[in-house]
Design a protein around this ligand. Structure first.
Ligand SMILES: *Cc1c(COP(=O)(O)O)cnc(C)c1O
Length: 363
């Protein structure tokens, strides 16, 4: 990772894109129905499966991650869904289901907390739903849901599928698509994958695919069945964002060169730990604290409460004036928190430099 200027942009999406990946965008076009495109899709299929920890076909769409939220809803929910809401993106998933005419039952906890397995079991016993939507790493609060355990609970209910937003967890912390029995799991290109925005990537279980075939009005552009058929033949659905596919291939090669997705997880864990250590020391002394509790903290985004009398936006602006970018709080947490997006190609060393700058700003 020898790019001297790289490593000052810690927004929780879009994340900083490495120059090697950016340069892939400058390649000339190829026909999207030609042999070269097919070969590109064949080349990335294996690395994508390893990234998603699945034996199934990974689907890539030209849309942001929200597009695949809509795909999950329209191809995955028959009638009634239980939406787990502990932040802005959980609420977005619920709102999309409503916009698509589904009945939505929300299970809410205060922002910064997570829904725990027993709460999910109770809710599923009480309400007759055919699907669950949830966000693994809630980017608006920095909280990480216990996905493996939640999926286990969902599997106790035969007629329920589990639809997972893994937008800021996949490629940055463990997501075991097949082993955890996730029916639909998706991410976007501009978060932990550290690509430019514009692609959504996801996997559907056989159970979900079979269900989708029986759901009418799945739409056209984001129909899961169409996507699955096309990608099974190494074909794009429509004219894809070809340049972003070039960048994706380069990034998949870089991930494999690092030692695969597990090495990437370890690097992200080290970045989270760097922030935790800082909060136990100088950061805490300056009055900052975590919004989520220990053990429920995202590996890719740290959401920190700022001391009374300070303003999260002012802190991120002061950092910006020094050449460093972090996120301010999201929605109702705009003033009271800051968010550091330490995902993608960032390193623990750069995170520590950022935290020193932050200390200067707080002085
Ligand atoms: C960024 C984000 C999204 C939305 O992604 P877009 O690519 O902007 O559509 C959804 N869920 C989570 C958790 C996110 O962080």
């Amino acid at each position: 990772m020898s790019a001297p200027d790289f490593g000052r942009f810690f927004l929780p999406g879009p994340t900083e894109v490495h120059p090697e990946v950016l340069s892939a965008l400058a390649r000339p076009m190829i026909p999207h129905r030609g042999r070269e495109m097919q070969e590109l899709l064949e080349r990335i299929a294996g690395p994508l499966k390893r990234l998603f920890r699945t034996e199934r076909q990974v689907l890539v769409g030209t849309c942001s991650a929200t597009g695949f939220m809509e795909m999950a809803v329209r191809s995955g929910i028959r009638q009634r869904v239980l939406s787990l809401v502990s932040g802005a993106f959980g609420e977005r998933f619920a709102a999309i289901a409503e916009a698509c005419g589904r009945d939505v039952v929300r299970l809410n906890v205060p922002y910064g907390q997570t829904i725990e397995p027993d709460m999910l079991r109770d809710a599923l016993r009480r309400s007759d739903v055919d699907a669950v939507t949830l966000v693994h790493s809630e980017t608006s609060t920095g909280a990480l849901a216990p996905l493996k355990e939640l999926a286990e609970v969902a599997r106790e209910f035969d007629h329920v599928v589990i639809l997972v937003d893994a937008v800021t967890s996949l490629a940055g912390s463990p997501v075991e698509t097949d082993a955890w029995g996730l029916d639909f799991v998706f991410t976007g290109s501009q978060k932990a994958l550290a690509l430019p925005p514009g692609l959504a990537l996801g996997v559907a279980s056989e159970k979900l695919l079979e269900r989708a075939k029986t759901i009418p009005e799945r739409g056209a552009y984001l129909d899961l069945v169409t996507f699955f058929k096309a990608f099974s033949e190494a074909q794009p659905t429509n004219t894809p964002a070809i340049s972003l596919f070039y960048a994706l291939e380069v990034q998949l090669q870089r991930i494999e060169a690092e030692g695969g997705v597990e090495a990437r997880w370890r690097r992200h864990e080290a970045m989270r730990q760097a922030v935790e250590r800082w909060i136990e020391g100088p950061g805490g002394e300056k009055g900052l604290s975590y919004l989520p509790r220990a053990g429920r903290r995202s590996w890719t985004v740290s959401c920190l409460r700022v001391p009374d009398g300070m303003n999260g936006r002012a802190i991120s602006q002061a950092l910006r004036d020094r050449g460093w970018t972090i996120g301010s709080g999201y929605g109702p947490l705009k003033q009271s928190t800051i968010r550091i997006g330490h995902m993608g190609d960032h390193t623990p060393e750069r995170v520590c430099e950022l935290l020193s700058e932050l200390e200067e700003v707080l002085r």
